[in-house]
Design a protein around this ligand. Structure first.
Ligand code: M6P
Ligand code: ZN
Length: 179
């Protein structure tokens, strides 16, 4: 198997790769103002592919790509759902392949740090930290991720309490607003 560092795609004898497509309708509840036209709900907002040959085995690693489209919902930039790990102490690496984004990292006291992500930006996400990618650019944001196979995803806390900041479009770029 091969991995294209330009596009973030696995190719050639692709085995043990899982693909997921997220539509706006799947994630609309994460936005501050979720009122949108019916046809917007059917649009793709991000895609994930993950190579995990070993299942959820302690000590094993998995590796994948998130590709977040450019766009916004009532001024709030497209973003991933965001999660903590189910095994909360599991860490993760993110490496940006292309595009322009922010990586939001929120600790257990709800303190959020926004890290700039552009080509070659690399970030070590510690355990016990919620993480979300926001595309603040005009092209796809493509980010490679590597983390433990047994980490799991805990979406509950983010679904109920959200992050402590939101990222909105402005005339010249973006603004991070505390909520
Ligand atoms: C990265 C990894 C995955 C995650 C994906 C999308 O590829 O962190 O574990 O699933 O981003 O993020 P989310 O699941 O929060 O939508
Ligand atoms: Zn993660």
């Amino acid at each position: 198997m091969k991995y294209n560092l330009q596009t973030g795609e696995f190719y050639s004898n692709v085995e043990d790769v899982e693909y997921a497509t997220k539509y706006i309708k799947d994630v609309i509840s994460i936005y501050e103002k979720p009122e949108v036209a019916e046809e917007v709900l059917e649009q793709v907002t991000y895609e994930v592919q993950v190579h995990n040959p070993h299942g959820e085995i302690e000590g094993a690693l998995q590796f994948g790509t998130s590709r977040i489209k450019a766009g916004d919902i009532n001024g709030e930039f497209f973003m991933t759902k965001g999660h903590m790990h189910e095994v909360a102490n599991r860490a993760e690496y993110y490496l940006c392949l292309s595009g322009k984004g922010l990586l939001l990292l929120m600790d257990e006291e709800r303190k959020t740090t926004a890290i700039d992500m552009s080509e070659q930006s690399i970030c070590n996400i510690p355990g016990n930290v919620s993480h979300r990618l926001v595309n603040i650019g005009e092209e796809d944001l493509v980010v490679l991720a590597c983390w433990n196979s047994d980490a799991g995803h805990n979406y509950e806390q983010i679904a109920t309490e959200g992050f402590s900041v939101r990222v909105f479009k402005t005339e010249n770029g973006y603004i991070i607003k505390e909520v």
